[in-house]
Design a protein around this ligand. Structure first.
Ligand code: NAD
Length: 501
């Protein structure tokens, strides 16, 4: 099936794929696969207006009925899992298993949200006043603006959208300018679900194609109650204050610099597999990719030797081919960033294994690389930055508490893991004095989270949480309600105020 046929099967009309001013390149070979229309600022404002209108109607639809729309979206995703997964591979460069895995994650969050649509529970709270009842209710919030990164081109939208829709909100999505086609396919599937649903208001889900300027118009619009932004820390630093300036709400999912600690008691076979998937999966382009390995000096040599062997046998190549484990980097800028980081690491005393460009003859306009392992004398400056490429820095430790301190001593706080069979170490790692990250794992790696838990991280990762657990609360307005069913008007705290009047 050609890419054009694939796009047509996913509901994209050929006319929407040509003649636009935004050229879409596939990282597989650098070829232009479409030229799509980029939205203008007035078009952004009109889309937000439509979404706001839809919100005023949708908020009145009972939540379990709203869940029905997400059930239908889940059905569309199930029926199109292979096609959409393949498009993710072509547009973002992931291997097929990860492309379809990303769509499975969308299906999972739809299932979760359908259940949630009957569980948007509030509280009943004891009132201090006689004849009074106090409660907490959760109400729809408004328009949710979603800004997403290239590396999870469809899952991040679904994490936000499935929850926002059951919570009674409307969604306006600005995907990465590097991955508009997967976004257009998602929008087409959502529209099919809307049609089957019947009476959902038009404008409930809007899609905006474009780069930073389009995102800024979304960020600055007061009608957007929540801006959920996934991307680099640089982007979050720009968006956060802008949303705060107008007292909007933001949910930031930013960069990570995730470490695995490997203790002397660890099952090294398991550790190697966990590190391998975390460090080279998605060509090191996950927010949760393993970027630092902190190994006990007693096992570090053996661990690094086993990792080098595993790296050497991991196939780098076209992600659509069956045995490939590592696809391309997204573009030349990513490749240049990786080479610059490796050069800096060398200057800072690092010993580099791998990291060179591969398959340049076969794919002169694409950027395939050998994943790199860099043994560092210490956690130097370069190690403290997120380079969005497959570089694994290796440091050694003697005392477990020093290892945890090293793991925490970076600006980011997304994901972390320890491989140990020592109960005391595992519990310490998960304790108040342990990992300071939003995700802390024992005997599994840093990446590949399930949708059931809240996802996100601390410090420069932005503090936001989305997906499972009670992350839905950020998509709703909390109201505290007090009802007086007595014939008196007692004031709280026993205050007497003009009682003789
Ligand atoms: P990026 O920051 O370059 O772009 C992300 C999105 O933000 C894009 O849609 C872009 O157009 C938009 N954008 C950029 N500047 C903006 C601005 N000033 N105003 C409005 N919109 C703006 O990130 P990327 O290269 O696409 O993705 C990689 C980064 O994303 C990495 O740092 C990675 O760790 C992070 N990421 C984080 C998570 C998470 O959940 N924490 C998940 C995926 C990716």
């Amino acid at each position: 099936m050609t890419t054009a046929e694939l796009l047509n099967s996913l509901g994209l009309a050929s006319s929407s794929l040509t003649g636009g001013n935004l050229a879409v390149h596939s990282p597989l070979d650098g070829a232009v696969i479409a030229c799509v229309h980029e939205h203008t600022v007035p078009e952004v404002q009109a889309a937000i207006g439509r979404a706001h209108g839809a919100f005023t109607q949708w908020r009145q639809v009972p939540a379990p009925r709203r869940g029905e729309l997400i059930r239908l979206l889940g059905d569309e995703l199930r029926a199109n899992k292979e096609l959409l997964g393949r498009l993710v591979s072509i547009e973002a460069g992931k291997i097929l298993a990860e492309g379809t895995g990303e769509v499975q994650e969308m299906i999972d969050i739809c299932d979760f949200a359908v259940g949630l649509s009957r569980q948007l529970y509030g509280l009943t709270i004891a009132s201090e006043r006689p004849g009074h009842r106090m409660m907490e209710t959760w109400q729809p919030l408004g328009v949710v603006g979603v800004i997403s990164a290239f590396n999870f081109p469809v899952a991040v939208w679904s994490w936000n959208t499935a929850l926002a829709i059951v919570c009674g909100d409307a969604v306006v999505w600005k995907p990465s300018e590097k991955t508009p086609l997967t976004a257009m396919a998602c929008q087409a599937l959502f529209e099919r679900a809307m049609k089957k649903f019947g009476d959902a208001p038009a404008g409930l889900s809007e899609l905006l194609i474009g780069a930073r300027e389009v995102g800024e118009a979304l960020v600055d619009d007061r009608r957007v109650a929540l801006v959920s932004a996934t991307g680099s820390t640089r982007m979050g630093r720009q968006i956060g204050p802008r949303v705060a300036e107008r007292f909007g709400r933001s949910l930031l999912e930013l960069g990570g610099n995730n470490a695995i600690i490997v203790a002397p008691s660890a099952d090294l076979g398991m550790a190697v597999r966990g590190i391998l998937f975390g460090a080279i999966g998605t060509a090191g382009q996950r927010c949760t990719s393993t970027r630092r390995l902190i190994a006990h000096s007693g096992i570090a040599d053996e661990l690094v030797a086993r990792l080098k062997k595993a790296y050497a046998s991991a196939q780098v190549g076209n992600p659509l081919e069956a045995h490939t484990l590592v696809g391309p980097l997204i573009d030349k800028a990513a490749f240049d960033g990786m080479q610059a980081a490796l050069a800096k690491a060398r200057q800072e005393g690092g010993k580099v294994f791998g990291g060179e460009r591969m398959l340049a003859k076969e794919y002169p306009d694409a950027y395939y690389v050998a994943p790199a392992i860099v043994e560092m004398p210490a956690q130097t400056d370069v190690v403290c930055h997120e380079t969005f490429a497959p570089i694994l820095y290796v440091m050694r430790y003697e005392s477990f508490h020093d290892a945890v301190a090293m793991q925490n001593n970076v600006p980011q706080g997304l994901s972390s893991a320890v491989f140990t069979t020592d109960l005391r170490e595992a519990e310490w790692f998960l304790s108040a004095a342990g990992s300071d990250c939003g995700i802390a794992n024992v005997n599994i790696g840093t990446s590949g989270a399930e949708i059931g838990g809240a996802f996100g991280g601390e410090k420069e990762t932005g503090g936001g949480r989305e997906s499972g657990s009670d992350a839905w609360k950020v998509y709703m307005r909390r109201a505290t309600n007090t009802i007086n069913y007595s014939r008196e008007l007692p004031l709280a705290q026993g205050i007497k105020f003009g009682d003789d009047a």
